[in-house]
Design a protein around this ligand. Sequence first.
Ligand code: SF4
Length: 304
Amino acid sequence: MKSTQFERAIFISWYCSKRDCKFCYLSSRKNTKQDPIKDRRSLPSILAEAIICKACSWKVEFISGGCDTYTDKELLNIIKHIHNITRQKQWLNLGILNEKQLKLFKPYTEGICGTVECITPRLRDKICPSKPLKEIEDMFKTATKLNLKKTITLILGLGETIQDFKYLKSFIKKHNLQRITFYRLKPQKNTFFEKKKPIASKYYREWINLTRKEFPKIKIVVGSWLTHLDEIHLLLNAGADTITKFPSIRKFNTKYAKTIEKEAKLANRKFIGTLTKVPKINTKDLDKKIKIQLEKYLKRMKNN
Ligand code: SF4
């Protein structure tokens, strides 16, 4: 029996120097003041989340944050700590990283993520005006040189059509990607896409189908949303490997979490880990600040 698993992106900041990707929540706050020191998570809170990921057998999808929040030294410290907790090398989704940074993070890093989001030429320039594809491609060349793996994120529902799959196909081939994460657009308030109609599950499935057919070995991660969780079995059957983009602490053991586990069953997959049983974690030897955060998260999970 094939298996599947939940993968959680660990967000480390809500600061971003770009703030103009048309779908992003941060673009709705373009004119509000931001501060890279204030708009970041505390280390104990990040690490408490990593401990929960390990205890629930959620793979850390990647360490994710807005551009230019941390110094290299601070980032290295976070990556090292998460690596120590999970005992796994991490994927980094932290904007464009240069060769010096990639070399620095490499001992704890499995691969890097290019936030492509939209692969359709010209449309992409409008949607992500400050994230030129060329910068991602250059970063991938450096990653290849350093023997790091590569992945991208792609959001469906931004105005692309299934005919644009050809662009994705050639991009995956060109950069020899080992992994790809698909999301469905979740329209955010006060953004350009606020009133955008959600894509149909059938359309989402088609993208997964084509990707799997063209790339039998690539790892496919799929993100749905609370409104469309009943599409997960379709996506798994079409060839997706794992599931992401679910507020797994906030919605732990809710009807939504139960639906995801049921959807895995429906697709005849063994669900590794849990979204419904609160794990027992030995907090005895933990740093006091991490322990306080961890207990806060566990309490939230228990109270659902
Ligand atoms: S770079 Fe990422 S965090 Fe920054 S605005 Fe774009 S999508 Fe949002």
